[in-house]
Each structure stands twice: as C-alpha cells, then as structure tokens.
Design a protein around this ligand. Structure first.
Ligand code: TMP
Length: 217
C-alpha cells in the first residue's frame, strides 16, 4: 500500500482526537500500518514543547508561541512524519500546519505572509494528502471542552481564550477548506460520535482504496 498523510483539524472541543483514534483502530483491523501522532507533542522534544506551550505558568508571548509551534513541527516532520511516510505507512496527525494558520494567524493576528513563511520553513513543504476539518459552532465546542475539564482533563491555556478568538479560528479553518477543497474536507462534528465516524470513513476509505487498500483490507 502507498503511504498517506492525513491530518485532523478543528477548534478545541470538536472531537477530532476521538475520531483519530476510532479511524486508526478501524484501519488497523483491516491490516493497515497506521502511525497516530499529534501536534504539538508527537516527538519526545515535542512533548516538552507541548508542556511549555499549554501548561506554562504566566503569559507566553505570541511570537514565542508561534515559533515554539514551528519548532515542534520541524522536529515532528523530520523525526517522525517523513520517516513513517518513507516506510510506506499511513500517518494520522491530530493537528498540523493548518492549526498555525488558524490559531496564530487568525486567532492571534499574525500576518498571513509571515505565518506562511514560518509554516513553509517548518514543514519543508510537506502537505497532507487529506485534511479532515471537524466543524461545529463555537458554543457547542466550548461546552464539550469544559465538560472534558470537569471530567479531569488538565485545563489548557487556550481553553481560557474568549469566544471571539475561537470564532476567528473556526472561520479561518473554513476559509482554508474553501481555498483547498481537494485537500480539506469538512465533517459535521456536531453529530454523534458514531455519525461523525461514519462521515470520516466515507471520506477516508476512497482515498486509501486509491492507494491500494483492498476492499476487505
Ligand atoms: P489539542 O491537542 O487539544 O488539539 O491542543 C493543542 C492546542 O494547541 C489547541 O488549543 C490548538 C493549539 N495549537 C496552536 O495554537 N497552533 C498550532 O500550530 C497547533 C498545532 C496547536
């Protein structure tokens, strides 16, 4: 089977991490070699950067934040994603470069040209074959994110951003989907976990079948 790089994006609380895990287990049952990873935090260095970014005491300067996400991505692409693709694997990444365009570009207000340059430097031009954008209204996502926090998940720094920030992030993601419809597919994340998973399979399986996934694995 040919390799593929699939990324999962959306605002906080959109349910993409659950969907990444569900897709990975379905593909593994079909005998596909799948690597699941995430940004930030897909490598040992990335885990340290994730901790610094999301659980830092006090303010993280927005430029420092932009560069730390880029550092995490540079390490991730070079140490994990490219080698896995070179070994013929299917890589599923919970967030990638679109997150920087949405969060640091639209959310924090950095110029699109600067964000594009930094993203290009970190990725070395590696683009996903497919991106699933899990879309739902900000209020519904905030409700999910806060129930996760109530259920014991550590409170992230970004969980504290106001709704306007998350609205800008959501709009930016939708704009990317409009600009790159062949790569970015919008999935209704407001549906149940099962319904959303069914939508994911409808989008992903045709791509993987083109890359050699047999109808029965
Ligand atoms: P998550 O693992 O729950 O998706 O959390 C990662 C957080 O980091 C989320 O709030 C989005 C944020 N983020 C950025 O702001 N820029 C980035 O480039 C990436 C990858 C994540």
């Amino acid at each position: 089977m040919l390799p593929a790089f699939i990324t999962f994006e959306g605002i906080d609380g959109c349910g993409k991490s659950t969907q990444t895990r569900l897709l990975a287990s379905v593909l593994r049952l079909r005998g596909v070699e799948v690597v699941t990873t995430r940004e930030p935090g897909g490598t040992p260095l990335g885990q340290k950067l994730r901790h610094a970014l999301l659980e830092a005491e006090g303010q993280v300067d927005p430029l420092a934040e932009l560069l730390l996400y880029a550092a995490d991505r540079a390490q991730h692409v070079r140490a994990l994603v490219r080698p896995a693709l070179a070994a013929g694997q299917i890589v599923l990444s919970d967030r990638y470069a679109d997150a920087t365009v949405a969060y640091q570009g639209a959310g924090r207000g950095f110029e699109p040209e600067l964000v594009a340059q930094i993203v290009g430097l970190a990725t070395g031009g590696l683009k996903p074959d497919l991106t699933l954008l899990f879309d739902l209204p900000v209020a519904a996502a905030r409700e999910r994110a806060s129930s996760r926090t109530r259920n014991g998940r550590v409170h992230d720094r970004l969980d504290g951003e106001d709704p306007a920030f998350h609205t800008r992030v959501r709009e930016a993601y939708l704009q990317i989907a409009r600009e790159e419809p062949a790569r970015v597919r919008v999935v209704d994340a407001g549906a149940s976990v099962e319904e959303t998973h069914a939508q994911v399979l409808t989008v992903v399986l045709p791509l993987l079948e083109k890359r050699g996934l047999g109808a029965r694995g």
